[in-house]
Write a protein that binds this ligand. Structure first.
Ligand SMILES: C[S@@+](CC[C@H](N)C(=O)[O-])C[C@H]1O[C@@H](n2cnc3c(N)ncnc32)[C@H](O)[C@@H]1O
Length: 293
C-alpha cells in the first residue's frame, strides 16, 4: 500500500481527507493524536518533531484500520477500547454506553453530599453499563457497600472487568429494573439509589450524531416516545420501597423532562426535590429524599 512508503504526516493527511464529511479538521487532528498517543505513547509535540519519520508496518496497519472504523462513525473510545471517567481509565465496548462528562457531575454531586460524613452507606446503581458510577462512588466513598444492576449480561462483564481493574469491590446484579419486585427481598434497604437510565425518546433520534446512533447500545439509550418516564416511574417505586427513611435518590435526566420527573417524584411523596443543571446549563440531575417513614 502506498502509505507504507509515506511519512507519518501523509497518514495524518489521509485522515483529514477521508474523515472530512464526519468531523471538522481540528476534531480529526485530535482523533489522530489520541490514536498516536495510545499506540505509540507519542505526545502532540513528539508528533510535530517526528512527523517526517516512517512508522513500522504493524503500526501503519493499526492506524489504517482505525481510520476505516472512524469512517464508519465508530466512536474513538470503542476503537481504543477505553474511556476516561473521573480520572479512571475504564474498558468499554459496544455493549456499554460510553461514560459522559454529565455523569461525572452526577457522581460529584453525590460525593459532595456524602463524603464528609464518612458513613458505611449502602448504595445501588441501577443501569450500571460500564460500571462508571458504581466504581467512582466506591472509590470516593470506600466505606460504602455498593451494588450495581443491569439487564445486560454483556454490560455486566465489562463492568466486572472495570471493577477488578480499579480494585473496587462491587456486588453485581443481573436483573430487569422494570420487574424489580422479583429481584429484591423485603429486607434490602439502601441509603442511596442512583440511576442514569435510558432516557432518549425514539422521537429524539433524528437529531443525534451517527456515531451514537450506529454504535452505542440502543438498550442503554432509548425509551418509547409514548413512555419517556418509564424508568423513572419504576426506579422511584423501587426507591420508595427499598430506600431507608430519609434515604437519597439521584437521577440523571433528559434535559427536556426535568419538571416532569420532579412532578412524578412529588406525587410519589419524595421530599426536598432539587433539579440541578450540568456545566452546559441544561437540567440534568435530580436529587430527592424519601420521607421519614
Ligand atoms: C444510559 S445507560 C447508563 C450506563 C452507565 N450507568 C453510565 O452512566 O454511563 C443505561 C443502562 O441501563 C441498562 N438497562 C436498560 N434497560 C434496563 C432494564 N430494564 N433493567 C436494568 N437495566 C437496564 C442498559 O443496559 C444500560 O447499561
Amino acid at each position: 500500500m502506498f502509505v507504507h512508503m509515506q511519512p507519518i504526516a501523509a497518514i495524518e493527511q489521509s485522515f483529514v481527507d477521508e474523515l472530512a464529511s464526519l468531523y471538522d479538521a481540528e476534531e480529526i487532528r485530535q482523533l489522530f493524536f489520541l490514536l498516536l498517543e495510545d499506540r505509540l505513547g507519542w505526545s502532540k509535540r513528539d508528533y510535530l518533531l517526528r512527523k517526517q519519520e516512517h512508522l513500522d508496518e504493524q503500526d501503519i496497519h493499526w492506524l489504517i484500520a482505525a481510520l476505516s472504523s472512524l469512517k464508519k462513525a465508530k466512536p474513538i473510545q470503542y476503537i481504543l477500547g477505553h474511556a476516561w471517567f473521573m480520572g479512571m481509565k475504564l474498558a468499554v465496548n459496544e455493549s456499554v454506553l460510553i461514560p459522559r462528562p454529565e455523569t461525572e457531575e452526577l457522581v460529584q454531586l453525590i460525593v459532595n453530599q456524602h463524603q464528609a460524613a464518612n458513613k458505611p452507606l449502602h448504595i445501588i446503581d441501577i443501569g450500571t453499563g460500564s460500571g462508571c458510577i458504581a466504581i467512582a462512588l466506591k472509590k470516593a466513598l470506600p466505606q460504602a457497600t455498593v451494588y450495581a444492576l443491569d439487564i445486560s449480561p454483556e454490560a455486566l462483564r465489562v463492568a466486572r472487568q472495570n471493577a477488578n481493574d480499579q480494585s473496587a469491590a462491587i456486588a453485581f446484579i443481573n436483573a430487569d429494573i422494570l420487574e424489580w419486585d422479583f429481584a429484591f427481598q423485603e429486607t434490602q434497604a439502601f441509603d442511596i439509589v442512583v440511576s442514569n437510565p435510558p432516557y432518549i425518546t425514539e422521537a429524539e433520534q433524528s437529531g443525534m450524531h451517527l456515531n451514537v446512533l450506529s454504535h452505542e447500545p440502543h438498550l442503554a439509550l432509548f425509551v418509547e416516545t409514548s413512555a419517556p418516564l418509564l424508568f423513572y416511574e419504576h426506579i422511584a417505586a423501587f426507591a420508595l420501597k427499598h430506600l431507608r427513611p430519609k434515604g437519597d435518590l439521584y437521577f440523571e435526566i433528559n434535559r427536556n423532562y426535568g419538571q416532569a420527573v420532579c412532578d412524578l417524584l412529588r406525587k410519589k411523596g419524595f421530599q426536598h426535590i432539587a433539579l440541578h443543571r450540568d456545566m452546559q446549563g441544561a437540567d440534568r440531575m435530580i436529587h430527592a429524599t424519601k420521607d421519614n417513614n
